[in-house]
Ligand binder design. Structure first.
Ligand SMILES: Nc1ncnc2c1ncn2[C@@H]1O[C@H](COP(=O)(O)OP(=O)(O)OP(=O)(O)O)[C@@H](O)[C@H]1O
Ligand SMILES: O=P(O)(O)OC[C@H]1O[C@H](OP(=O)(O)OP(=O)(O)O)[C@H](O)[C@@H]1O
Length: 304
């Protein structure tokens, strides 16, 4: 069925149908208020509040569908975009900061291989044959060993078993916690690529306005995750000092406080976005500088 012609009034948004990225994608779609109901095992879901159809696809196929313009938007790993040779065919809109892992060359931990150069001319197994081939071709070139021809073979899953089965001298596979690698008796000797999930769009979207709206909503979610809102009171005299501690994204909001009859000093209220990971340090510094009533709030959503 030709979905582009079948759903002419809807932007097609490709999302991973299962696997490591699926749950987090559903959370993001919900955070962006893209409502939908996915019937059991159905790979298309129509949004009930936006002219969008979600197409659930294997993560590896998403760069092709977006890069060739069949879908306007997609979410998948950077590793999949590079493996599909689609970097130049898509617009990389946003790093979504999840699905973080590394594509690494791994060898038997008990063996004597310690560098990728020792693998030239040997057998390598991976689900990422394009990235592995590119890596070893470049290595053969700079070491002047192009005649040795490293053999790269494709395996679709459980790549980590290949060395123990005698199929490979090394594998190129994704590593996050390192548990799979360790359990298979392997160690990493090189990182080919660091990856995370990205929001991507076609270079020629059919619905550019909706692409922009969804892009902005996703940026809002990322900013809401990255920042907290910090509010505090401070004597006006220390304003230059506290504003250095909380400069804000663009600048902090400063409002005058009503002076109490017994007060001689003028006070201000300051409101500023602060990076979540720095919030405790910022609160300590503000207190030390003389600020008081320091409050920190989560941002549930925003547009930046
Ligand atoms: N251990 C991991 N930690 C974080 N992200 C990962 C991990 N493994 C894979 N990813 C990311 O998720 C993407 C999809 O990987 P996944 O293994 O879920 O693929 P799949 O083949 O679609 O699913 P399944 O393995 O269930 O068949 C990868 O391309 C990578 O970007
Ligand atoms: O470093 P870790 O935290 O152990 O994660 C790494 C594992 O995760 C991925 O596979 P996944 O479990 O998604 O299954 P797959 O092998 O079927 O792709 C990847 O291919 C590794 O095998």
């Amino acid at each position: 069925m030709d979905l582009v012609n079948h759903l002419p009034d809807r932007l097609l948004f490709a999302v991973p149908k299962k696997g490591r990225l699926y749950e987090k994608c559903c959370e993001l779609l919900s955070g962006a208020d893209i409502e939908f109901r996915r019937s059991n095992r159905l790979d298309i879901a129509l949004s009930t509040n936006l002219p969008v159809a979600l197409i659930f696809l294997p993560a590896a196929d998403i760069p092709i569908f977006v890069g060739e313009g069949n879908c306007d938007l997609g979410i998948t790993g950077l590793d999949q975009i590079e493996e599909a040779s689609m970097v130049d065919n898509i617009k990389d809109l946003l790093d979504l900061n999840f699905g973080k892992c590394k594509l690494q060359i791994q060898v038997p931990a008990a063996g004597d291989v310690t560098s990728p150069e020792q693998l030239i001319g040997k057998k390598i197994v991976s689900s990422f044959t394009k990235l592995s081939t590119d890596y070893f071709k470049a290595l053969e070139k700079i070491t002047d060993t192009e005649d040795l021809k490293t053999q790269i073979r494709y395996v679709g899953g459980s790549v980590e078993a290949s060395c123990a089965l005698g199929v490979a001298d090394a594998i190129v596979d994704l590593v996050e916690s390192g548990e799979t690698m360790k359990a298979a008796g392997l160690k990493p000797i090189e990182t080919v690529l660091s990856t995370s999930a990205h929001l991507i769009s076609s270079k020629t979207p059919k619905f550019p306005e909706i692409v922009e709206i969804i892009h902005q909503r996703f940026e809002g979610i990322m900013a809401a995750q990255k920042y907290v809102l910090c509010e505090y009171n401070a004597p006006r005299s220390i304003l230059p000092i506290v504003l250095k501690i909380t400069p804000g994204r663009r600048s902090a909001t400063v409002s005058a406080l009503e002076k109490r009859p017994d007060e001689t000093e003028e006070w201000v209220a300051v409101s500023s976005m602060v990076e979540r990971k720095a919030k405790s340090d910022v609160m300590d510094q503000l207190k030390k500088a003389g600020a008081s009533d320091i409050l920190v709030f989560d941002i549930s959503n925003c547009r930046v």
